[in-house]
Design a protein around this ligand. Structure first.
Ligand code: NAD
Ligand code: UFG
Length: 325
């Protein structure tokens, strides 16, 4: 039996595929490559030394979804596929609702039809909005600040309603904090198309000389040095969290876990750590705050440690290390 990995050519999906194959799982990958390249599939196979079927196609197309479930022996789904850029979701909300919701609903319907009920969903710390207390626990208040966040909250609600309607479903919702870093081979990384929105890919492009300097969005937040604090987690630790969640998928229910380290670093701390690790200078300027940003965001990851036996292990230095191929 195989795990269907949607969005498996993407940043987090590709690292998770490597992890799943290393643990001996069979996988099937589907991706329309709207935000990734087919070379990622080649690299996953190369790194793992294992083969699997890859379907290039859009999960909004129910015919394709049916075809995959008919052809493959699938018993679980890890659903990464979706759009993820906050700013783009504000500019083009319908595109976000359409892609993120329809892909999820199509997959759930195909699973339902075949009595497949193991589902892991990529949610986000964005569902906590501006948290009232820190570190953030899974039972914190949920609120979406933009269309992207709404899609995550809506899908979480759909999954909770689904379980309420049929107690055989085994659903895990993983709320990621800020994934950074890449595979030690340098083959898999966060390579967004266009100018990066997120801090780490932006720093890397400054390091590579593609961009001039980092714009630090605000230095007047109530934080250690005035810049925004986030819970950065190595993408390989995150991938490992999926493997842990999968191996504990025994009890039906809706199981929700934060995947973070529990430690927050400021923008300036991250830039300094990057400079030290890669022995370089990253020029930056202080720019106005970015609309919608919050001061502090970091997880209480203890539930995942207690229930999944999972804990992020990689250091900030490992997260910052850039490998060129
Ligand atoms: P990514 O863009 O690198 O990967 C998503 C993949 O899904 C891409 O390869 C894309 O081509 C594919 N895709 C999108 N729409 C599709 C469709 N309709 N049909 C088939 N394939 C489709 O993003 P990522 O960083 O790997 O994120 C994976 C998931 O984790 C997303 O759901 C994202 O919202 C969530 N997430 C990401 C972060 C982050 O900071 N990277 C944080 C929290 C949550
Ligand atoms: N930042 C800068 N300059 C930049 C980019 C970011 O100073 O060029 C700052 C931000 O203001 C923030 C911090 O760096 O303080 C991190 O910003 P990111 O854009 O890297 O990450 P966010 O925490 O804003 O959001 C990301 C994803 C969301 C997701 C969230 C939690 O973009 O979709 O992590 O997982 F919800």
């Amino acid at each position: 039996m195989a795990i269907l990995v949607t969005g498996g050519a993407g940043y987090i999906g590709s690292h998770t595929c490597v992890q799943l194959l290393a643990e001996g799982h069979e996988i099937v990958v589907v991706d329309n490559l709207v935000n990734s390249k087919e070379t990622a599939v080649k690299y996953i196979k190369g790194i793992s030394g294992k083969d699997f079927n890859f379907y290039r196609g859009d999960l909004k197309n129910m015919d394709l979804v049916e075809e995959i479930f008919d052809k493959e022996k699938i018993d679980s789904v890890i659903h990464f596929a979706g759009y993820k850029a906050v700013g783009e979701s504000v500019e083009n909300p319908v595109m976000y609702y359409e892609n993120n919701l329809i892909t999820t609903i199509n997959i759930i319907n195909a699973m339902k039809k075949r009595n497949i009920r193991n589902f892991i969903f990529s949610s986000s710390a964005t569902v906590y909005g501006n948290p009232a207390t820190l570190p953030i626990r899974e039972d914190a208040h949920l609120i979406a600040a933009n269309p992207y966040g709404h899609t995550k909250l809506m899908i979480e609600q759909i999954l909770k309603d689904l379980y309420a309607s049929d107690h055989k479903w085994n659903i895990t919702i993983l709320r990621y904090f800020n994934p950074i870093g890449g595979h030690p081979t340098g083959l898999l990384a966060d390579n967004p198309k266009g100018i990066p929105n997120n801090l780490m890919p932006y720093i890397i492009q400054v390091y590579q000389g593609k961009l001039k300097q980092v714009h630090v969005f605000g230095d007047d937040y109530p934080t250690i040095d005035g810049t925004g604090v986030r819970d950065y987690i190595h993408v390989i630790d995150l991938a490992d969290g999926h493997a842990a969640a999968l191996s504990k998928m025994k009890e039906p229910g809706v199981h929700i876990f934060n995947l973070g380290t529990g430690t927050g670093y400021s923008v300036l701390q991250l830039i300094k750590a990057f400079e030290k690790t890669n022995k370089c200078k990253i020029p930056y300027i202080i720019a106005p705050r970015r609309a919608g940003d919050i001061a502090l965001c970091y997880a209480d990851p203890s539930k995942a440690e207690i229930e999944l036996g999972w804990k992020a292990k990689k250091t900030l230095e490992e997260m910052c290390k850039v490998v060129f191929i």
